[in-house]
Design a protein around this ligand. Structure first.
Ligand SMILES: NC(=O)c1ccc[n+]([C@@H]2O[C@H](COP(=O)([O-])OP(=O)(O)OC[C@H]3O[C@@H](n4cnc5c(N)ncnc54)[C@H](O)[C@@H]3O)[C@@H](O)[C@H]2O)c1
Length: 401
């Protein structure tokens, strides 16, 4: 058919290889049934969370050569030598903050007359991002944090999430689990926080208001959640306004400190940047009354909102210790350490569910726009159009040349 729109799902070539994908086999099937002029081709990959055979069984064509496709969908950055001239690419480019390691890629995108639409820049009218993997980062991070506490105390044990086929298997794994009394403080209110709360619900951990959490002890596991409004107050008048906080975070102080003496585990899911005050300081960590033993820093900024996040950890080896006095990295689970879970690619432990969720959001809120010749949503997220920086992103000129 002449006006067929060919979409390709590219193989993730960045190393280490990412196992996620923009559409599952069933989602590809659904799209082709509902949009007869759209045809999807999948580039084979041995490490993708859905196998080539699963795409084949769903009736999706697999092909190494995607040169017939107008639109190519990936997840992570595409190595410069793999970029096909003249195509429209969608992926997380990590270029809008002039990230040095992606400079060469952006230069090549300009040279090869490519159009780059960045998933991160696709936003709803109120400015909220449409696409993200935060929910499953929260799920996996909360699980890993609990697992670390179980290992530290010797009180319980879970299997790693990446050993589960999918989220459904993880849920089954939780049946009959009885956790000891413990107190968890979770921070944030976005997707990551929603994932943390999902695990709290699945394990029957009871919600307690922040005020009660600080005052009481419980004979069963409990958690509280601190959103930005509970975490930060303007120094001048002790109030909180969301817009003002987003614009002037440096004018706000952090109110987390009382929770360090009342919690066993911190699950950190806030949005953070340099101008935002950290949750506590090294001096607080060294004090005898610092009760937190395990920190699942899902936000995961090294030396960021959690000062004792001094390094990234990996899915294979997710936890390290930090000595509270010497501030040095140690083996985990020693007396006197805080045990840190600082994995930056948590959704890769549940790639099938994370991909499926991503594809759902893409289908619901972006796909129709992608098919239109002139969509405001897509235009706003287009960093490069046919080899030229768009006006919104022309501040990247010096970085890209
Ligand atoms: N470790 C991992 O694998 C992993 C995976 C995904 C996300 N993350 C990180 O977790 C953190 C939270 O992610 P998320 O998916 O929950 O984000 P989100 O976009 O769903 O939510 C972010 C929250 O921060 C608020 N926010 C947005 N802009 C802000 C600003 N300028 N100042 C203050 N607050 C602002 C929003 O209102 C929202 O409540 C991010 O730092 C993200 O990078 C880590």
């Amino acid at each position: 058919m002449e006006n067929t729109l060919h979409i390709g799902l590219i193989r993730e070539e960045k190393t280490p290889h990412d196992n996620r994908v923009a559409f599952s086999p069933r989602q590809c099937q659904w799209i082709m049934q509902h949009y007869p002029h759209v045809k999807i081709t999948v580039q084979p990959a041995s490490y993708r969370c859905f196998t080539d055979a699963e795409y084949s069984r769903a009736g999706i064509t697999l092909a190494e050569d995607l040169s017939h496709c107008q639109i190519l969908l990936g997840i992570k950055e595409v190595p410069a030598d793999k970029l096909i001239p003249g195509k429209t690419y969608l992926f997380f480019s990590h270029t809008k903050k002039k990230q040095p390691h992606n400079k060469k890629m952006l230069q090549t995108i300009l040279e090869k007359d490519i159009t780059l639409v960045d998933y991160e820049c696709l936003v709803h009218e109120d400015g909220q991002r449409i696409l993200g993997f935060g929910f499953f980062a929260g799920v996996v991070g909360a699980h890993n944090g609990l697992q670390a506490y179980g290992k530290k105390t010797g009180l319980f044990s879970f299997k790693p999430v990446h050993a589960c086929h999918d989220f459904q298997e993880l849920i089954t794994h939780y049946f009959g689990v009885k956790l000891p009394p413990l107190k968890i403080v979770a921070t944030g209110s976005g997707r990551v926080a929603a994932g943390i709360l999902e695990i709290m619900g699945l394990l029957g951990i009871k919600y307690i208001t922040p005020e009660e959490f600080l005052m009481n002890q419980y004979a069963y596991p409990v958690y509280t959640q601190l959103k930005a409004g509970e975490l930060y107050l303007r120094k001048s008048d002790k109030t909180y306004s969301r817009d003002d906080f987003h614009a002037h975070p440096e004018a706000y102080e952090c109110r987390f400190l009382p929770f360090v003496t009342a919690s066993d585990i911190l699950m950190n899911g806030i949005y953070w940047e340099q101008r935002i005050a950290p949750l506590f300081t090294w001096a607080d960590i060294a004090k005898d009354n610092f009760r937190i033993q395990v920190i699942a820093d899902i936000t995961d900024d090294t030396n960021g909102s959690v000062p004792c996040n001094i390094d990234d950890s990996t899915i294979e080896d997710p936890v390290y210790g930090v000595d509270r006095i010497s501030r040095q990295k140690t083996a985990p689970y020693l007396p006197g350490t805080i045990d840190m879970m600082c994995v930056s690619n948590l959704p890769n432990e549940l790639p099938r569910d994370a991909s499926q969720y991503f594809g759902d959001q893409l289908m619901k809120y972006v796909f129709e726009d992608l098919l239109r010749p002139d969509s405001q949503l897509i235009n706003n997220a287009t960093i490069v159009k046919a080899g030229k920086l768009t006006p919104k992103f022309d501040y990247l000129e010096d970085y890209a040349r």
